[in-house]
Design a protein around this ligand. Structure first.
Ligand SMILES: Nc1ncnc2c1ncn2[C@@H]1O[C@H](COP(=O)(O)OP(=O)(O)O)[C@@H](O)[C@H]1O
Ligand SMILES: [Mg+2]
Length: 392
């Protein structure tokens, strides 16, 4: 099928593929999408997370932190990840019961290995950059399906940060006439989309609030030999050190106004080492440090909302793996007692699937040659069509 006839189809079967900064696995969603833009209607047909093996996860993290990886290794890893994304799409389609020939489109976010949104001098130019890998040509060839990928660079080219890109999706699907809504996604990094009641696209405020599960996951790995704090059980049994929380809130990124976006570059290994050192000085046990950093994570979110949107928030709709951490949800409700909390499941989009569904929708926007960024969120000078299209 060519792109023009694809646009004319009233309903398309689209696979969205997403892997976030947690590097836990590839989220794959099969969605039936009708129309586009504000007319978009969705039906989620299948979803699955395909976890990375420990070796794959380790390799992603190595690429995300190492100052120097060989270019040979990088080139091969890009193609290798393309195959993993293709495998995820093919397995999801097989499990869903649909035929591969029925699938119209794939949208693949890829794996972020660098996010450098603030312009810095490079030779005699000011350059910002972001890099997502997982070769889309491999996905298109292995599946035979038109594949849109590499969504972020177009926004960077238009002067934006390339992130967050979920706000258009949030606006299309969740804006409300009678309540001030916030969409909060807690992955490795946490991001918020603020949708004031009856807002226009220009009135949407969205940014990465700071760390999501990243710090807590690192603590779990270092001190408790596990990938994450299952249901927040460990944090529940530790004691929060509010002095350390207040100290850490004095953070350049947290205090700076949006547009802003962040990643492992800021809240990854170097930040983690700083925290370990502070905890050592304060004589904090690993359990108390975990409780403290869980509370700190939530406090960065509530403080960001109160600072950058000083209106009553009627409702927060939470998604991402963080919804499974009950201590995060409990702290959030305690810090924002007047706000109604729900998960995106209660609004028809499973919390784990939301970002994968988002990249299916953004691929659909691209095919219709419609912009997928929101300049109010990314800081871009204009709305632009996102992504690169690989034809099989
Ligand atoms: N049962 C659970 N209990 C606590 N935390 C969980 C649970 N399941 C997932 N998580 C958290 O969610 C993270 C993955 O969330 P995800 O939305 O996929 O993030 P990302 O987009 O960064 O990949 C895990 O690393 C972990 O911190
Ligand atoms: Mg993930």
């Amino acid at each position: 099928m060519n792109i023009l006839s694809l646009c004319e189809k009233p309903a398309k079967l689209v696979v969205g593929l997403m892997s976030g900064t947690s590097a836990d696995g590839i989220d794959a969603a099969l969605v039936k999408i009708r129309d586009c833009g504000t007319e978009t209607r969705l039906e989620l047909l299948a979803f699955n997370c395909f976890p990375y093996t420990p070796q794959q996860k380790e390799m992603i993290l190595k690429f995300a932190v190492a100052d120097m990886v060989s270019l040979d290794e990088f080139a091969r890893f890009n193609v290798f990840l393309g195959h993993l994304f293709a495998d995820a799409a093919l397995m999801l389609i097989r499990k869903s019961g649909f035929q591969l020939s029925e699938i119209d489109l794939i949208g693949s976010h890829g794996q972020t290995i660098r996010h450098l949104p603030k312009p810095e001098h490079f030779l005699d130019c000011l350059v910002s950059a972001t890099l997502q890998i997982g070769e889309p040509a491999v996905i298109a060839q292995r599946t035979g399906v038109i594949t849109v990928a590499d969504f972020r660079p177009a926004d960077i080219a238009a002067g934006g940060e390339g992130a967050p890109l979920v706000p258009l999706f949030d606006y299309l699907l969740f804006h409300s006439e009678n309540s001030n809504r916030v969409l909060l996604n807690i992955g490795g990094i946490a991001n918020v989309t603020i949708l004031p009641k009856n807002c226009t696209p220009e009135q949407v405020i969205a940014f990465d609030s700071g760390p999501g599960n990243m710090i807590v996951d690192n603590l779990c790995k270092t001190f408790f030999a596990r990938d994450y704090d299952q249901h927040g059980d460990l944090a529940a049994s530790g004691k929060v050190n509010y002095t350390l929380v207040n100290q850490l809130l004095q953070d350049e990124y947290l205090l700076s106004p949006p547009p802003k976006s962040t990643g492992r570059e800021r809240y990854g290994i170097a930040y983690f080492q700083k925290i370990i050192e502070l905890a050592r000085v304060d004589n904090l046990s690993p359990l108390d440090l975990l409780a403290t950093m869980t509370f700190f994570t939530v406090k960065t979110i509530s403080t960001a909302l109160q600072t950058f949107y000083p209106q009553p928030v009627d409702e927060i709709i939470v998604s991402g793996g963080g919804v499974n951490n009950f201590m995060i949800l409990r702290h959030l409700q305690d810090l924002l007692p007047a706000t109604r909390l729900s998960t995106s499941d209660q609004h028809g989009v499973p919390a784990d699937a939301k970002e994968a569904v988002c990249f299916a929708v953004l691929a659909n926007e691209t095919i219709h040659q419609r912009p997928g960024n929101m300049p109010s969120a990314t800081g871009a000078t204009r709305p632009v069509v996102l992504g690169k299209v690989c034809l099989p």
